[in-house]
Ligand binder design. Structure first.
Ligand code: HEM
Length: 118
């Protein structure tokens, strides 16, 4: 089970790294849009995150449901905003910085809030 958790965590980190990369690659571009990196990254991070929760729940440690709940809500908002704006030729600057901010907040929640499981 530990190997599965580590593999899912690896995929989870690759997922949000792609999301963050897809955002940062266009930080100086005048026109912003939802690119394939953001689409695949948000989807992968979300799915691997859900599977990670399943593995933690199946384990015998205490799962930090408040932390997971916050991460789930932020991850869902990111995923919906990315998918809804996928086909638009460009997105407003405000939406772009909201996506960047939410992604950075979810990393901070993951790292600074006490572990997801005991
Ligand atoms: C953009 C969205 C997300 C980002 C940036 C993100 C970021 C991270 C980071 C940095 C870690 C590693 C933290 C550590 O090991 O100390 C992590 C772990 C984790 N994430 Fe996410 N996450 C996101 C979405 C989600 C979602 C939607 C869920 C589930 C509903 C989730 C569930 C988890 C769980 C359960 C772990 C802990 C794994 C473990 O320690 O076994 N994440 N996440």
């Amino acid at each position: 089970m530990e190997t599965l958790r580590l593999v899912l965590l690896f995929v989870h980190i690759l997922g949000f790294a792609a999301l963050l990369g897809g955002l940062l690659v266009q930080v100086r571009e005048p026109s912003k849009s939802v690119n394939a990196l953001m689409r695949d990254g948000a989807g992968t991070a979300f799915l691997a995150g859900l599977l990670l929760v399943g593995v933690l729940e199946a384990g015998d440690g205490d799962v930090n449901h408040a932390k997971i709940g916050v991460k789930f809500a932020i991850g869902l908002v990111i995923l919906v905003l990315v998918m809804v704006n996928l086909r638009k030729p460009s997105i407003p600057q405000g939406l772009y910085f909201a996506l960047l901010g939410l992604t950075v907040v979810n990393i901070a929640v993951a790292v600074f809030w006490s572990p997801a499981h005991a």
